[in-house]
Design a protein around this ligand. Structure first.
Ligand SMILES: [Zn+2]
Ligand SMILES: [Zn+2]
Length: 330
């Protein structure tokens, strides 16, 4: 089968013929979303944290089709793949927080993923039967789950600032708007910000200064928020960011651009602030975000590429040219 194979840090993926998987549940891959996480892996940003054996087929945001009947699934069923497989026994697995299991295996990281014609899935418990266009469905499996998890517990009364305009932020914006929440969104990319406006953002702030906090303080009609959600996580987005929170406000960090959170502790104590990291989400989050999609409340903004053009897609993503999610079609 044809696959895009990751062989060396910092090099383009290699398009080649590889052996088809034989074990587990075999899916014919219909579409796989390209995530910023893939770029972090390819560039070696995470090599001190996650051991990735090469050659490896990446791709952890997969929609596929069942090839052989298995359990409740029939040949031809279309499925979204929840990508994290835990040990099933630890306290994180028992809560459904498989992404935090010490022994987690992620499809497309620790085992071969979706940038290929076929993929092997170790368990039917991570499959969700779905209907619809696979190219549009794919982003739900990773960006959608993360977006859903990142805005959990936020209600109509809350004032929210989203930082960043990538696929996850634009999905989170739509989920918040479906709940009637008032949202300010800040970023550098004006094309993506106008997309955010079109999707219902109440206020957009073009971050002209390096520090997002400074841009908000000088350009936004609002000064304080109940939630600030950072989908970038860089030095520029994190510096002074806690000053933008209301009392008992919460900072959620989703992006992984390696910035440092440097903050006066008295600010945290005297204002009762909370700080949380958000990594992926639960299988239930996948069910919920799929339901929002089915009800027409969110658009996934898929931008399709052929498998052969995956390196072009990677380039476009790195240069900020993709409004939404690049989807690789084998
Ligand atoms: Zn990802
Ligand atoms: Zn576990």
């Amino acid at each position: 089968m044809r696959a895009a194979v990751f062989k060396e840090f910092g090099k383009p993926l290699s398009i080649e013929e590889v052996r088809e998987p034989k074990e587990g549940i075999i899916l014919k891959v219909l579409a796989t979303g390209l995530c910023h996480g893939d770029i972090h892996i390819i560039m070696g940003d995470w090599k001190y944290d996650i051991k990735i054996e090469t050659p490896r087929i990446l791709g952890h945001e997969i929609v596929g089709e069942i090839i052989n009947d298995f359990g409740n699934f029939k040949r031809g069923d279309r499925v979204l793949v929840y990508n994290s497989v835990g040990c099933g026994k630890c306290k994180y697995c028992k809560l459904g927080h498989y992404q935090y299991c010490e022994r987690v295996k992620v499809i497309g990281l620790h085992m071969d993923g979706g940038y290929a014609e076929y993929v092997s899935i170790p368990s039917d418990k991570i499959l969700l039967k779905v209907e619809g266009n696979p190219v549009e469905l794919a982003p739900l499996a990773d960006a959608g789950i993360t977006a859903y998890n990142s805005v959990k517990g936020i209600n109509k009364e809350d004032k929210v600032l989203l930082i960043g305009t990538g696929a996850v932020a634009l999905l989170a914006l739509q989920i918040l708007k479906s709940r009637g929440v008032s949202v300010t969104i800040a970023g550098h990319n004006e094309i993506k910000l106008s997309k955010a406006k079109e999707l219902g953002a109440d206020e957009i702030v073009i971050a002209k200064d390096r520090s997002i906090a400074h841009s908000i303080a000088t350009r936004s009609s609002r000064l304080k928020f109940d939630y600030v959600i950072d989908y970038v996580g860089s030095e520029d987005t994190l510096s002074d960011i806690l000053w933008l929170l209301n009392r008992e406000g919460e900072l959620r960090i989703v992006g992984e651009f390696g910035g440092t959170l440097n903050t006066p502790e008295q600010l945290v104590v005297l204002r009762g602030l909370k700080i949380r990291g958000i990594l992926y989400g639960t299988f239930n989050d996948l069910v919920n975000v799929y339901n929002l999609y089915k009800e027409g409340k969110i658009k996934t903004l898929a931008v399709p590429y052929k498998l052969e053009d995956i390196n072009e897609a990677i380039n476009d993503l790195m240069r900020g040219r993709i409004v939404g999610r690049a989807i690789i079609i084998p």
